[in-house]
Ligand binder design. Structure first.
Ligand code: FAD
Ligand code: UDP
Length: 396
């Protein structure tokens, strides 16, 4: 007999797993989560490597949020390890704090400026632009050309294969500029790492009798084998529609993982290389996880055009193309797009969790309206009668 589900969810990353958990645990829905990868967690997946060091398969993932609700929600599935992320950039032979702060400037230029003096130093160099529209304009308007060229221009070209002048302001605007000595990468209220890793957290989320998992299973095959009423899709939206309007560009990465036979490799979790090498940054995982081990594992990130989709590319033409897909998506009943690839947004993990919880509320509202509607039509209480269900869809 063909298995039947209330929801088929494509993708076991944050978007898919949050929705599966909510629909199963809160609404008692039967859910099948499929992922074409052989594991849960999406890009946040971590595992012990051959040396036994906990590594992030798809590059460093640091959890940070200003939302107490999102933090509380995830805290149901994991304990945390307090961790504040720090990054150094290799510039002119020095390892300097990035985001740019007072120490970055003093050490780069061999100065002894105070907090108030450095504000004047930056103001004298910044190129005022009323409404910066590109990543180049954002940085020039904050710190001027020299710091732009030393820290941002080449890193961005490497990471995106584009000049900062071709990228939306939001990309470089992720990195603030500080006149104090705060050298944390993020200033969010909640900054922590899941104590036993991201994968364990996902396993806890998905551990429910109403959730079935199909790993190593592509949606295009799964949809032939099961029946489902609703589809939640967190894969690339253009792929779902067979690239009808053309391909949405995504930036990919090649990850080179390495274990080194010494206790520590570098002074902080991440060192950025804006101007040297083909890789953008090197991450040493033990700084993130707090693991103690005689050896240490690192990953080098090499940006590239081809490969798994990791980053939507924030540019006006891509936003316009995505808008076409979004409009098409809105016309397909019972199919819901979510997540970084499903909605083509450069979202952090917490933003994806927030987006998934919002979609859940919408779906829960619609489910309760449907129940009320069918109860009223049948003139009886749904507690005694489930017959008001909609017909199942074989495939979409
Ligand atoms: P994903 O995690 O991409 O999950 C989507 C899943 O869908 C994938 O597992 C994919 O295999 C599956 N899928 C797609 N198509 C199909 C199909 N046809 N059939 C079956 N399965 C399919 N965020 C932070 O907050 N902090 C960080 O430090 C951070 N660092 C990052 C570093 C890197 C290198 C990258 C790439 C991202 C980083 N992020 C970070 C962002 C974070 O990874 C995302 O916000 C989050 O993982 C997105 O979750 P998602 O569920 O939308 O997508
Ligand atoms: N960036 C840069 N130099 C740096 C760090 C960041 O030019 O040393 C720019 C670059 O364009 C990068 C963007 O800022 O893609 C956002 O950086 P973030 O660290 O948030 O990128 P992610 O972790 O998402 O790859």
């Amino acid at each position: 007999m063909t298995a039947t589900y209330d929801y088929l969810i494509v993708g076991a990353g944050f978007a898919g797993s949050v929705l599966a958990e909510r629909l199963a645990a809160e609404l008692g829905k039967k859910v099948l989560v499929c992922d074409r990868r052989a594991h849960v967690g999406g890009n946040a997946y971590d595992h012990a490597d051959a040396a036994g060091v906990l590594v992030h398969n798809y590059g460093p993932h640091i959890f940070h949020t200003n939302s107490a609700d999102i933090f509380a929600y995830l805290s149901r599935f994991t304990a945390w390890r307090a961790y504040e992320h720090r990054v150094l950039a290799s510039v002119e032979g020095k390892l300097l704090p990035i985001p740019i702060n007072l120490d970055t400037i003093n050490r780069l230029y061999d100065l002894r400026l105070t907090e108030s003096e450095v504000a004047g130093f930056l103001a004298a160099r910044a190129e005022p632009i009323a409404t910066p529209r590109t990543s180049e304009e954002v940085v020039l308007s904050r710190v001027g050309r020299d710091l732009y060229e030393k820290f941002f221009r080449n890193y961005t070209r490497k990471q995106w294969g584009l000049d900062p002048s071709q990228l939306d302001a939001q990309v470089a605007a992720r990195i603030p500029v500080r006149t104090n000595r705060d050298d944390r990468y993020f200033t969010d209220q909640f900054q922590s790492m899941p104590k036993h890793g991201f994968t364990r957290m996902f396993e806890n989320m998905l551990d429910h009798d109403n959730i079935d998992l199909a790993l190593g299973a592509d949606y295009r095959d799964v949809r032939q084998r099961v029946k489902f009423r609703h589809l939640i899709y967190s894969g690339p939206i253009d792929e779902y529609f067979d690239f009808r309007f053309g391909r949405l560009p995504y930036r990919s990465l090649h990850f080179e993982h390495k274990t080194v036979d010494r206790e520590w490799f570098q002074p902080v979790a991440v060192v950025n290389y804006p101007n040297e090498f083909k890789y953008t940054r090197v991450t040493e995982f033990k700084h993130l996880t707090g693991q103690q081990h005689a050896q240490t594992s690192v990953v080098y990130e090499y940006p590239r055009a081809e490969g798994d989709a990791y980053y939507p590319i924030p540019q006006p033409a891509n936003a316009a193309l995505y808008a076409q897909y979004r409009e098409l998506a809105q016309s397909v009943p019972n199919v819901h797009f979510v997540g970084r690839l499903g909605t083509y947004r450069y979202y952090n993990m917490d933003q994806v969790v927030g987006q998934a919880l919002t979609l859940y509320k919408k779906l829960a509202g619609a489910e309760s309206k449907n129940r009320e509607g069918s109860d009223a039509a049948l003139g009886r209480s749904r507690v005694h009668d489930q017959s008001g269900r909609q017909p199942l869809l074989q495939s979409i």
